[in-house]
Write a protein that binds this ligand. Structure first.
Ligand code: BYC
Length: 318
């Protein structure tokens, strides 16, 4: 293709983005647009899959049948989210095997939040309330992202995330209305999950390498800092209802800004976790790689069965 032809395709592409048209898999798109979507969508998919591990830890120990059923359903939803997202990503010309390989080799990232341990039942409440709460705030704008398959996947994901957030908040509410020990457990979970939840939104805008371009392409509709602020403003009144406090001495309502001011996030901790040195990174990766290896016989059997069926069809046709 000549340089002129590429320039004209690029101009048409930018015009479509400006008109808020959805870009579909077979449409022409700049290579960087394709790559940046593969990066974000696959990391999002990996986060959903790895995100099952901290909660899966509590399925057998949920305190009642009702709690067990709800948690089981939530973890299954997350598997589903991972699968919609892998499918959306595959439409960009990368295979599922390559995507898994990027996760298992450590080349692709997944959300920092899932490298923290779930020590008590209250952590399941805190994850639903805070982590899924953060996920909704991050993902609702993505329902309006420019790449069609990603936007459509996010609509269903967001509906399910709101149920997840409510089941988590209900666990917290129950604990906070319970014995002093139960309330203390809820406070302890909030203390441990608050700052990592704020880190989920990614580095501050001045450090974020991808935000500017992703905003131009309407992949991201709001910046990391905007979403983080929205999350804080929305969550503090919920903590007040619970009667527990976020572990931030600098948190204060700022009348002039119409937002909460908040303390400094420990970015060293964030980057350590992102680089693989968080409390549970090794455990999470070995669980995923182990599951992949143990599943080899299932994949082999499925392929052998598919081949047999194909041969049967061919023999009939002859
Ligand atoms: N953890 O330039 P930036 C869920 C990386 S699933 C790890 O701001 P971007 C849920 C970033 O990838 C939660 N890494 O990047 C599931 C980049 O590195 P690379 C996942 C992070 O993409 C189960 C570098 O830092 N949600 O909620 O513009 C149960 C510079 O960052 C993190 C999604 O994936 C992090 N927290 O913005 C419950 C949503 N933050 O790629 C809940 C979709 C940043 O250059 N993704 N990095 O090697 C997004 O919205 C954006 O990708 C992010 C980052 C806001 C996460």
């Amino acid at each position: 293709m000549s340089e002129e032809q590429i320039k004209s395709l690029e101009a048409e592409f930018e015009a479509r983005i400006a008109r808020d048209e959805k870009i579909e898999p077979k449409d022409w798109m700049p290579e960087k647009y394709r790559q940046t979507h593969i990066r974000q969508i696959s990391q999002h998919a990996h986060s959903e899959i790895v995100g099952m591990l901290p909660e899966g830890n509590w399925i057998t120990r949920a305190p009642s049948l009702r709690r067990k059923v709800a948690l089981l359903a939530k973890v299954q939803d997350e598997a589903g989210h991972g699968l919609y997202l892998y499918s959306a990503c595959e439409t960009l010309g990368i295979s599922r095997d390559e995507l898994y390989d990027q996760l298992h080799s450590g080349k692709a990232k997944y959300s920092s939040i899932f490298n923290y341990p779930t020590l008590t039942w209250a952590d399941i409440g805190a994850i639903g309330w805070l982590v899924d709460g953060a996920a909704i705030i991050n993902q609702v704008p993505l329902c309006n992202t420019s790449f069609g398959p990603y936007a459509r996947a996010m609509v269903r994901v967001c509906k399910e995330e709101s149920f997840h957030q409510r089941q988590g908040y209900e666990i917290m509410l129950k604990l906070c209305q319970g014995t002093p020990e139960q309330k203390e457990m809820a406070q302890d979970a909030l203390n441990r999950w608050w700052w990592p939840s704020l880190m989920m939104f990614g580095p501050t805008d001045d450090v974020s390498v991808h935000t500017a371009q992703s905003m131009k392409w309407k992949l991201k509709r709001k910046t990391n800092d905007e979403l983080r602020q929205q999350f804080i403003d929305q969550t503090i009144p919920q903590a007040e209802i619970l009667g527990i406090t976020v572990p931030d001495a600098d948190l204060k309502w700022n009348e002039e800004r119409g937002h909460y001011d908040f303390g400094e996030i420990n970015w060293d901790e964030f980057w350590q976790v992102v680089k693989g040195h968080g409390p549970c990174n090794k455990e999470r990766m070995s669980a995923r790689v182990g599951a992949w290896e143990k599943g080899t016989w299932v994949r082999d059997a499925a392929m052998a069965y598919a081949e047999k069926q194909e041969n049967k069809k061919l023999n009939k046709a002859v």
